[in-house]
Design a protein around this ligand. Structure first.
Ligand code: ZN
Ligand code: ZN
Length: 237
């Protein structure tokens, strides 16, 4: 957009902070005022070198779960803690399809330290929704996020390669064992040959216990993927 039109847009549709609604001088991402931007809860080191679990203090090391090799993925990173204002941005994206929330989240995600830890993938796979849920919602937020973050790698994005075969019940309120049982065998790979020997990056909105992304990673590793890494916009702690 050239300078003239950018200025007209600022005059006609002034930008507002997505958190406190204060008017901003320009449409510059992320759409936060200086005060709200300073409060954005980035996930920062120290964290688990494998699953990205944040620690209170000390240095990066493996957490107990990763020492016990509980996960099928090689590495998981999240950009932001799942606290305000991130919770409202994600729900605005997920349930209202708000694109200003998406572009702000993506700008923050790309500047996070977890994003820099990812290796170059061969294939980028958004965590799939079950067909019924996809019909109800109209879009898969993980696919929307993957396309927005990896605009320049869009040929690597494979939104239909991994399939959610079973409509699992919502994971909220289930413990770790119940979550794993709920997800067991929920995913399959459409063309296993495409996955063999490939470095895969899985993308999702929130990492809660890791059960969902881990079940996806397990399914992909069974098809002889070389490695699976995870990137989520946020992490619930
Ligand atoms: Zn603000
Ligand atoms: Zn860990």
């Amino acid at each position: 957009m050239n300078f003239f039109f950018a200025s007209c847009k600022d005059l006609i549709f002034p930008a507002h902070c997505l958190e406190c609604e204060r008017q901003l001088p320009t449409w510059k991402l992320p759409l936060f005022c200086v005060d709200c931007l300073a409060r954005v809860p980035f996930v920062r080191s120290p964290y688990c070198t494998c699953c990205g679990l944040p620690f209170q203090s000390g240095h990066d090391h493996l957490c107990g779960q990763c020492i016990a090799r509980s996960y099928s993925f090689k590495l998981a990173r999240a950009a932001l803690h799942y606290n305000d204002p991130v919770v409202s941005l994600i729900s605005n994206l997920k349930f209202k399809g708000k694109l200003t929330s998406l572009s702000t989240l993506v700008t923050l995600a790309i500047s996070s330290s977890g994003f820099r830890d990812l290796s170059e993938p061969d294939i980028i796979i958004p965590v799939p929704l079950h067909a019924q849920r996809l019909r109800n919602r109209g879009f898969n937020q993980a696919a929307t996020i993957a396309h927005a973050i990896f605009k320049k790698k869009k040929r690597k994005i494979a939104p239909t390669l991994l399939v959610r075969d079973r409509a699992t019940i919502a994971q909220t309120g289930l413990n770790g064992k119940e979550r794993r049982k709920n997800l067991f065998g929920a995913f399959s790979v459409k063309q296993p040959k495409m996955v063999k020997g490939k470095r895969i990056l899985l993308v999702d909105d929130v990492f809660t216990t890791g059960s969902t992304v881990n079940e996806c990673a397990k399914t992909l590793m069974k098809c002889d993927a070389e490695q699976v890494e995870i990137f989520t916009l946020s992490r619930a702690t």
